[in-house]
Design a protein around this ligand. Structure first.
Ligand SMILES: C[S@@+](CC[C@H](N)C(=O)[O-])C[C@H]1O[C@@H](n2cnc3c(N)ncnc32)[C@H](O)[C@@H]1O
Length: 249
């Protein structure tokens, strides 16, 4: 199995891709290659590509070149949700923030979320952008994005999509008691620490938190604030090759 995406961040595209092809021409095992999302591997199992249910969900809902390139990251989130559900960790799922809802929509298919009315999935985002905001604009931000994302989850009675600023909005709508899994992906340090302040105590023993931006140098202020915040409470983040950070409660 090989996966060859040409989506890389922070590169001079033409020269980089030429150099990458040159490097790949010189590897011994022409298998287990993954390129994209600032990852290059060879000789790896890449087992998630053999996971048919995940593949079907990802192919159905991950339609842009970036959503394809970040498949390994998306799988990490799906694995985490699958794991907490399989182990009956009590509580809801939370994503701050969901943007277009792509990752959460893939999760819903992968774990048959419609069949779990006892649990709730809370999704938050601002959905639109103005230059005063501390994080960068994303291509699909717009006045319509909130209603588009709501429509994307309309078939699920146990998903709530909320427009608002994290952490403030978390006091208005959200899991009252227990969280089994949380995905924090806010691209700015104030909001991420604010989310931890409100949500982390609710994450149950055995629960999992994924910090999407944790390993990326562009978001280093988040790591620098999160490491001491979590260490004070006895937790340490595993920086993963995908750029995500993983915390077990
Ligand atoms: C990288 S995107 C999230 C992608 C999404 N997690 C996924 O996997 O598809 C980051 C999002 O954070 C949102 N955001 C940043 N600061 C926020 C805040 N304080 N409250 C709510 N959303 C925020 C932005 O609007 C943006 O859509």
């Amino acid at each position: 199995m090989n996966f060859l995406s040409t989506v890389f961040f922070g590169v001079q595209r033409e020269g980089f891709l030429k150099g990458l092809q040159g490097a790949l021409d010189h590897i011994g095992t022409k298998d287990g290659i993954y390129t994209g999302d600032n990852l290059v591997t060879w000789g790896r199992n890449l087992g998630f590509f053999e996971n048919e249910k995940f593949m079907q969900a990802w192919r159905t809902h991950g339609t842009t070149s970036v959503e394809e390139a970040i498949v390994w990251r998306i799988y990490v989130v799906n694995w985490a949700v699958q794991s907490v559900l399989a182990r009956n960790i009590p509580g809801d799922l939370v994503e701050c923030a969901c943007y277009k809802g792509t990752t959460a929509r893939i999760v819903c298919d992968y774990v048959d979320w419609a069949q779990r009315p006892d649990r709730h999935y809370y999704l938050y985002d601002l959905f639109d952008h103005d230059p005063s905001m501390p994080h960068h604009r994303m291509t699909e931000h717009s006045a319509q994005l909130y209603s588009q994302v709501k429509a994307r989850f309309a078939e699920f009675g146990n998903v709530t999509v909320t427009q608002g600023k994290v952490p403030d909005v978390l006091h208005e709508v959200g899991p009252k008691e227990k969280i089994a899994f949380m995905h924090i992906d806010l691209n700015n340090v104030q909001a991420e620490i604010g989310a931890l302040e409100v949500l982390f105590d609710k994450l149950q023993p055995g629960g999992i938190m994924i910090l999407d931006d944790y390993g990326w140098l562009a978001y280093r202020p988040q790591k620098l604030a999160e490491d001491p915040w979590l260490a004070k409470r006895g937790y340490h983040v595993l920086e993963m090759p995908t750029g995500q950070g993983l915390v077990f409660k």
